[in-house]
Design a protein. Structure first.
Lengths: 380, 412, 170, 158
């Protein structure tokens, strides 16, 4: 990259089913929090990129009435209408192009306003799938899970183990929405069945939540903090529409990860990356994510979980924060992953700290993770 | 910063009802026109920036369905939307993708298909913008008479009506000048094969015959709701020079936000703006974009402008905010013909948003039309002079999101 | 209309609905309610920002210019000036419909009356509120007119308690 | 966290439903109209051979133009790639309704086509669903050239 860019400040809300807060107050809290965490003020910020969608916020032009709350008055502002990780990606481009030096990135969704699963049913082909009316993110994920589990002989217990790992991890994360310290595999397998094999506890919860980060170019980052978290690599990719792509693999994540590794000079992610924060909207997807990230061969994701290698004290810890199963305020989920990796690298993840120098953050958006983005971050 | 240029422009015919195609085909046509214009194969495109106002067409994240139609599968796609200025923000997104060095060739595309909603024109989306606020007003017992006074104005254009009155009060501009602008733009649109309301030989008197909506706006002043898509190919310097005879270089860009300009904020609270035509965000964006482009005196250095003017008053007041005419004097420049094709700074030779408004595509079209003029490809409405610098403007939200883009015929 | 028209093939269409009302629960602060209660006792409440000193009516709890919270409240005068006005076309029975209802039939407006909508900046406020100007002919309306609030006879703590403004007779 | 101003929940007092009518374009119109003759059309890309269901004008794999001359008639039989049993249903306002009788949904690859289509499954007990099963389309009694002409897919007997 022409110019170093680092995360220099972050803040996130306590994600819950219903935060009992207006959108404006929730956004103001995290935006102000990120500026305070970075130790800078609004004057220092050049550009503000927010992430929210019109359907999820129940307001066409969802950033129209919140520009003042996020602190974008008379700033170069834009809005990315998908996961907050893509807002970091856009802010990164704005800094790399030397037009801006410091960016404030904010993302939020209130699941208590409109059910995100209903909105997901509006993203399918309006001329065909939508006319039959049963395809939404959960039913599509169920079809994905069935193909993947049959092809590689993955059992429901192994998928449930992922849910147990993440929801127990979430118990130590003060910002997580769903904390289940004593969860067992049996309890997961008995939770409510939506679309077989997707159950209440193997899919992410509907959460309210917001978060924000401050990005700075190399010179500014060194002035602002002695613990900058450098963005070494980024890669993003969108797969074909669900009718014309394979359901047993995350091809776009493979491509995105490849680009990010290449940029960061990572040849062996298993050895070179100390902690992973991935957006697993469904437990079985975390296994597919391991494979797409090249942590194991095709179909061997189940072995990593079985041997506890992705546990908090395993060789390749994944989602010590609890991941998307722990809290899923849709547009904020990917940005939370970036924050959680920054927390680990800066040694500020008390309660679930993992010694980490280099980390990977992953965001996704769309039915069956059609669209993915990967960041490689490292400490000073 | 790497120099970035526009090397290909593509549009579809914008019209009230494009029922001959579905949304995916319409956007696909725009992107393919742009790729052919740029002589770039879809395989060479590294990244996409896309946008539309999804509430108007009823499909959420439509680019995930129609990505295959525009060659975006297996590629990075960034969805950017900021209300009416979406097209401009999408073009900025594609610019930053290339200027950052991450990608070499990027496609920006934006669209809207209003005829896909059952409600007339753009009422679905426009209604949904302030629906939460309206319901809060109703819950707090707003009087029906008050709603009437809001709707009678709102039906015309909400803030734009008051904004026009502010501008007319402080500048001396009269309703006849709004008729002149609307007539000029519909005449211009007649020479733009992609435009929607094409009225050859339209005169201000023709516009003056149309019924009042609410003083100062008549039906003849108001922009249509169009179905249409537009697309652009941007490339880094060496590729642009190889592939295109006369690329349009993006020399400056800015999109500074202002406070909501529409008398209400979140939950129908108040706002701290007294004069809706002041537009500090537009002033700030112009300053920053010109500084970046190395333009010191826009009145002399800018050769033509494409201004986002769904309402004729906005062509005048934003032309002043872009520093093209003295404060409060744009209407006099209009009278002297300075905004015509042979004038000092021709404005909206494409007919602009007053003649064609597919909300997502509109602000992208402004940049695209400037690029066509620089590349000499504007056919019937090509300006008969060398275009060195052109400025494209877009506004969105409650005229609080402004995109200003300065294009030039040389990167330095 | 002498616009250029062109014919295009019309292919069939498929339909779906979006039940916005049924599927959405918006969240707002109680500030507007607080403002409405003030109107019951003829008080127009605004928020005062300790950062930039702006008084915003109706009140807000965040000042975007200073990017800070503001909890201070002030009462502004019920006398102010017209900063902008818009005059509607004559309201015609059966033609002008608002939220599906006909204002003439409801006796709110006489046939052919022209509604005058104004922005009023009450003395002491730094923002306009939009309301209706009554008691004057459209021709006499001008920017800067001094106006006074018209209060409802039986105020109920609703926004409708501030009915309109009328010219200030000195 | 500073003091939160109390919030008021706001619901629409009257029904508020926006309607949409998406124009389908020529290729999709032909697909829908041909359902009346109990036929399913696909489009074979002249350049790379990928067969799309429903048919379309631009190939997503090699970007070649696909015309009406490339329309192919598919047999209506296919293999079941994946299946799920739905125990809930999403109603129009975002709540999950319990289904009194679970419904089966399948991802089906039609013979001669490359796209996967997603259809309800009928005349089969959820327990009997197996990947790779041969299925066929169950047409509506009176097909009228509408998408509802396809009622569901059922296992091929014998």
């Amino acid at each position: 990259m022409a110019r170093g860019v680092a995360v220099v400040g972050y803040s996130q809300s306590c994600h819950q089913q219903d935060m009992q807060m207006t959108r404006e107050d929730m956004i103001f809290e995290v935006a102000k929090g990120a500026l305070r965490n970075a130790g800078i003020s609004r004057e220092d910020v050049g550009t503000v990129i927010t992430a929210s969608t019109d359907f999820l916020d129940a307001r066409t032009i969802s950033n129209l009435y919140t520009s003042m709350a996020v602190g974008a008055y008379l700033k170069d502002e834009s809005k990315v209408e998908e996961d907050g990780a893509f807002a970091v990606y856009y802010a990164l481009m704005r800094i790399l192009s030397d037009v801006h030096d410091i960016a404030l990135v904010e993302a939020h969704t209130q699941g208590s306003v409109v059910n995100p699963h209903l909105v997901s049913s509006y993203t399918v082909d309006p001329l065909f799938e939508r006319q039959y009316g049963f395809l939404n993110d959960i039913s599509a994920a169920a079809l994905q899970a069935r193909v993947y589990m049959n092809k590689y002989g993955v059992s429901e217990e192994q998928v449930a183990r992922v849910a147990v790992k993440n929801l127990v991890n979430a118990a130590d994360n003060p910002n997580a929405h769903r904390k289940m310290p004593d969860l067992t595999v049996e309890e997961v397998l008995n939770s409510k069945l939506y679309y077989d094999p997707i159950r209440e506890l193997t899919m992410s919860p509907v959460s309210d939540g917001a978060c924000a980060v401050v990005l700075a170019c190399e010179e500014k980052a060194k002035e602002i903090t002695d613990k900058p978290v450098w963005i070494e690599g980024v890669g993003s990719c969108q797969d074909a529409y669900i009718r014309d792509r394979s359901l047993y693999e995350l091809d776009s994540l493979q491509k995105a990860a490849q680009d990010a590794y290449e940029m960061a000079g990572v040849s062996d992610p298993f050895a070179q990356i100390d902690v992973f924060e991935v957006s697993e909207k469904f437990a079985h997807e975390e296994l597919m994510i391991y494979e797409a990230l090249g942590l194991c061969r095709e179909g061997k994701g189940k072995a990593l979980v079985e041997k506890g290698m992705t546990g908090k004290d395993g060789e390749i810890p994944v989602n010590p924060s609890g991941g998307a199963l722990g809290a899923d305020p849709v547009c904020a989920t990917g940005l939370i992953r970036v924050i959680e990796t920054a927390k680990q690298i800066r040694g500020e993840a008390n309660g679930y700290q993992i010694p980490a120098y280099r980390a990977l953050a992953h965001g996704q958006f769309g039915i069956c993770a059609q669209k993915n983005i990967v960041f490689i971050l490292r400490g000073e | 910063m790497r120099n970035v240029a526009i090397i290909g422009c593509g549009q579809t015919k914008h019209s009230g009802r494009r029922r001959d195609v579905n949304l995916a085909e319409m956007v696909g046509d725009a992107v393919w026109n742009a790729l052919e214009d740029a002589q770039v194969s879809p395989l060479e495109v590294d990244a996409f920036a896309v946008g539309n106002m999804q509430g108007f067409g009823g499909v959420a994240q439509p680019e995930q369905w129609l990505g295959d139609w525009i060659g975006a599968s297996g590629k990075p796609v960034l969805r950017i939307t900021t209300g009416g200025s979406t097209g401009g923000s999408v073009a900025h997104g594609a610019f930053y993708a290339v200027a950052s060095g991450l990608y070499d060739i990027a496609v920006a595309t934006a669209w809207e298909k209003h005829s896909d909603s059952k409600e007339p024109g753009a009422t679905t989306g426009l209604g949904h913008v302030g629906l939460g606020n309206m319901l809060n007003l109703v819950n707090c017992g707003v009087g029906f008479k008050h709603l009437l006074s809001m709707f009678v104005v709102g039906a015309a254009a909400g803030v734009a009506c008051y904004q026009a009155m502010y501008y007319m009060h402080r500048s001396g501009c009269r309703v006849e000048h709004l008729d002149m602008v609307a007539a000029k733009d519909r005449r211009n649109a007649a020479k733009n094969k992609y435009a929607h309301l094409q009225w050859p030989g339209c005169t201000p008197e023709d516009i003056a015959k149309t019924e009042w909506i609410a003083y100062p706006f008549r039906y003849g002043h108001i922009c249509p709701a169009s179905d249409g898509a537009s697309a652009m190919v941007l490339a880094r310097e060496d590729i642009a020079k190889k592939r295109c005879k006369k690329p349009a270089w993006v020399k400056g860009l800015a999109a500074y936000s202002d406070e909501e300009n529409q008398i209400m904020s979140e939950g129908a609270g108040g706002i701290g703006i007294l004069d809706a035509s002041q537009q500090i965000g537009a002033t700030m964006s112009a300053i920053k974009a010109y500084k970046m482009a190395g333009i010191n005196d826009p009145q002399k250095e800018i050769d033509l402008a494409e201004i986002y003017q769904p309402f004729p008053s906005q062509e005048l007041l934003f032309a002043e905010r872009l520093g093209l005419f003295d404060e409060g004097k744009a209407w006099q420049a209009l009278e002297k013909g300075e905004m015509d094709i042979n004038g000092r700074i021709p404005c909206d030779l494409s007919g602009g948003v007053n003649a064609t408004n597919a909300i997502g595509s509109s602000a992208l079209q402004r940049i695209l039309e400037c690029a066509l003029q620089i590349m000499g490809k504007a056919e019937e409405h090509q300006v008969p002079k060398e275009v060195h610098n052109a400025v494209a403007h877009g506004w969105g939200g409650a005229t609080n999101y402004i995109t200003v883009t300065v294009l030039g015929d040389s990167p330095y | 209309m002498p616009y250029v028209k062109e014919q295009r093939k019309e292919t069939m269409s498929v339909e779906a609905d979006w039940d916005v009302g049924g599927s959405t629960t918006w969240k707002h602060s109680t500030l507007l309610q607080e403002y409405a209660y003030g109107l019951k006792v003829k008080k127009i409440i605004g928020s005062l920002c300790p950062g930039c000193g702006k008084v915003i009516v109706p009140p807000r709890n965040i000042c975007g210019r200073c990017h800070r919270k503001m909890d201070e409240r002030v009462v502004v005068s019920d006398i102010g000036s017209v900063t902008c006005f818009v005059i509607s076309a004559p309201v015609i029975k059966g033609k002008t419909r608002v939220m599906g209802m006909d204002p003439v039939e409801m006796g709110l407006v006489t046939e052919g009356e022209r509604v005058i909508s104004v922005y009023v900046k009450f003395d002491g406020a730094d923002s306009n509120i939009d309301t209706e100007l009554i008691g004057v002919n459209p021709e006499e309306v001008h920017v800067g007119m001094r106006v006074k609030a018209v209060w409802a006879k039986e105020p109920q703590g609703k926004l409708s308690d501030l009915e309109a403004v009328e010219p200030l007779k000195d | 966290m500073s003091s939160q101003s109390e919030i008021v929940l706001t619901r629409a007092p009257v029904p508020l439903v926006f309607g949409f009518q998406w124009s389908v374009g020529e290729m999709m119109e032909k697909f829908i109209k041909t359902l009346a003759d109990k036929k399913i059309l696909g489009a074979k890309c002249p350049q790379c051979g990928y067969v799309y269901v429903p048919p379309r004008r631009r190939c997503g794999k090699c970007y070649a133009k696909v015309g009406e001359e490339n329309l192919t008639e598919l047999s209506g039989k296919g293999t079941l790639l994946s299946y799920t049993t739905a125990y809930v249903e999403l109603d129009g306002v975002g709540n999950f309704r319990e289904l009194d009788k679970p419904k089966a949904i399948g991802a089906i690859k039609l013979e001669g086509a490359d796209s996967t289509i997603f259809m309800p499954l009928g005349e089969v007990k959820p327990g009997d669903l197996k990947e790779g099963m041969k299925v066929e389309v169950a047409w509506r009694e009176k097909t009228e050239g509408e998408l509802d002409d396809i009622e569901y897919f059922r296992p091929v007997k014998g």
